[in-house]
Design a protein around this ligand. Structure first.
Ligand code: SF4
Length: 510
């Protein structure tokens, strides 16, 4: 299929839309939560709340969280992904997935008020799953319940576990239960790992397409493609190799990922996935091989977890640590930088910036505090950095306004705010998605982009003074020179209309 939405037929909308069918991420989280619990989703919600704890930022402030799950499904070979949710949500999610080059169809089972309240939506989903589950095409079919079907209790756990050998994975990924799209990646990755682990425990499973001869380390997190190669080079002196990554690109890679010596939680928010590795008896190592100190500590921890002798660990360190030191020294950063984002690698980026010489007073991440980022947090806090987990946009902006950095690295709204203040700013995602972070390759990678951006400071200041107050406040609209005035009599007219409407409502109620 080629990027189109494939609907199944539905009944005609009767127009009797229940309030829930209109609900969205724009309001009423508690209403949605209450509705979901009343509809029998308490177990699913409790699991989400335990895995992805709230506060202080507990509501998506960026894209729809379900995009994380959708992206993980769309990037897997022989995997079909079906969305169950409001058409507007599905439109946004498919648009975003194609914007990011999915080149794959997104399945959609539409609903209306009648199919939702009568339970027909579940039947439609089941029909769609049976139609899609062809073993010649797919290893797995993923169905993702968005906000409204989750709040309505559409029971994806009742779908068949497999159809003709095609695995069926149904997950709830509501915006009122999963705070970030990063954690939504874990919802699907964790569900798939759980399924694959149970398969492996029950009997023989398929071999991964490529399998290293050496014992492997599984990297957990979406990485820049060069990073696994660089990490593999650092592991080689210890007699280890990089295994299939999580999120994986193919179903059989899940078995390969589980069949490892140890797990590297380089992105620290994959709580559900790491639970499956723990259940499979695999040791888990936090932090990542970032900068000199991070790489030294990480090689020690990985070597220990994989029972590697000290001399081999020392050999790996002796080979790579001087190269990292050299790359950092050759690419110094002299700037004050604030870092905020929702990718989960913010603490690692801050470590690298600091080792290269930057002054980083603040790091905010929309992801939660977990054990797997504890070493990074301690390292940063020992250097006077304020680390804010579940950071809200307001906290990120307040930190930037207080610190007045030479460069603010952050999310889209933060970057807009920074530029309006004349502060050079850079999208976190753009900064990390296009360059390596780990080992010697990562050590020199940030200096150029930081230098290029901070050079713009003087230009920004000139622009702010040139456009002084133009486009702000009352002058924001085209053609207004003065404060816009209400048309004569309009306020009085609207007041009378409101009164008449209120009276009519009272009359109906009495
Ligand atoms: S599914 Fe996403 S876009 Fe739709 S209401 Fe929920 S959070 Fe918002």
């Amino acid at each position: 299929m080629d990027g189109s939405i494939a609907p199944t037929p539905v009944a005609v909308d009767t127009g009797q839309t229940p309030a829930l069918a209109d609900a969205s991420c724009h309001g009423g989280r508690e209403t949605m939560l209450d509705a979901a619990r009343a509809a029998g989703k308490s177990e699913s919600l409790d699991r989400l709340l335990a895995d992805y704890p709230r506060g202080p930022h507990d509501q998506p402030q960026s894209m729809c969280p379900a995009f994380g799950s959708l992206r993980v499904g769309l990037r897997m070979r022989r995997t079909a992904t079906i969305l169950s949710g409001s058409a507007c949500c599905v439109y946004g999610l498919t648009f975003t997935s194609h914007f990011y080059g999915a080149k794959r169809s997104v399945g959609y089972v539409p609903f209306n008020s009648e199919t939702l309240v009568r339970g027909q939506l579940y039947e439609d989903i089941r029909d769609a799953v049976y139609k899609m589950a062809k073993p010649e095409d797919y290893d797995a079919v993923v169905v993702i319940n968005l906000c409204v079907p989750t709040a309505s209790g559409v029971p994806l756990d009742r779908l068949p576990r497999a159809i003709d050998g095609v695995r069926i994975i149904g997950i709830d990924v509501p915006g009122f239960g999963v705070p970030t799209h990063a954690e939504a990646k874990d919802v699907l990755a964790g569900a798939m790992l759980r399924y694959a682990r149970q398969e492996a425990e029950a009997g023989p499973v398929a071999r991964p397409r490529t399998q290293a001869d050496l014992p492997t380390i599984t990297l957990v997190g979406e990485l820049f493609p060069v990073d696994p190669i660089g990490v593999g080079a650092m592991l080689a002196p210890m007699g280890l190799a990089v295994g299939p990554q999580i999120p994986s690109r193919e179903w059989r890679d899940l078995y390969g990922a589980l069949d490892c010596e140890a797990v590297a939680a380089v992105h620290p928010f994959y709580t559900a996935s790491l639970r499956e590795f723990a259940a499979a008896g695999r040791p888990i190592v936090g932090s990542a091989p970032v900068g000199h100190d991070g790489t030294a500590a990480w090689l020690d921890a990985i070597g220990k977890a994989a029972n590697v002798s000290f001399d081999k660990i020392d050999a790996a360190k002796a080979k790579f640590l001087p190269a990292i030191k050299g790359a950092l020294a050759a690419n110094p950063i002299s700037a004050r930088v604030t870092v905020s984002g929702y990718e989960g690698s913010e603490l690692l980026v801050a470590r690298l910036l600091i080792e290269a010489g930057a002054d980083v007073p603040y790091v905010g991440t929309a992801c939660p505090r977990t054990d797997w980022s504890a070493a990074d947090r301690e390292w940063l806090e020992a250097r006077g950095v304020h680390v804010q987990y579940r950071a809200s946009l307001e906290q990120d902006v307040a930190a930037m306004e207080e610190v007045r950095p030479d460069l603010a690295v952050g999310t889209t709204p933060l970057v807009q705010k920074a530029k309006a203040l004349g502060i050079p700013a850079l999208y976190f995602t753009n900064m990390v998605s296009a360059r390596p972070l780990f080992g010697p390759a990562g050590a020199g990678s940030l200096a150029q982009i930081v230098a290029a951006q901070t050079r713009g400071r003087e230009r920004f200041a000139r622009m702010v003074s040139f456009f002084d107050k133009v486009g702000a406040g009352e002058t924001a609209g085209y053609g207004f020179k003065d404060v816009p005035k209400d048309p004569p009599g309009s306020k009085e007219r609207y007041r009378k209309m409101r009164l008449a409407k209120a009276k009519a409502t009272e009359a109906i109620g009495s």
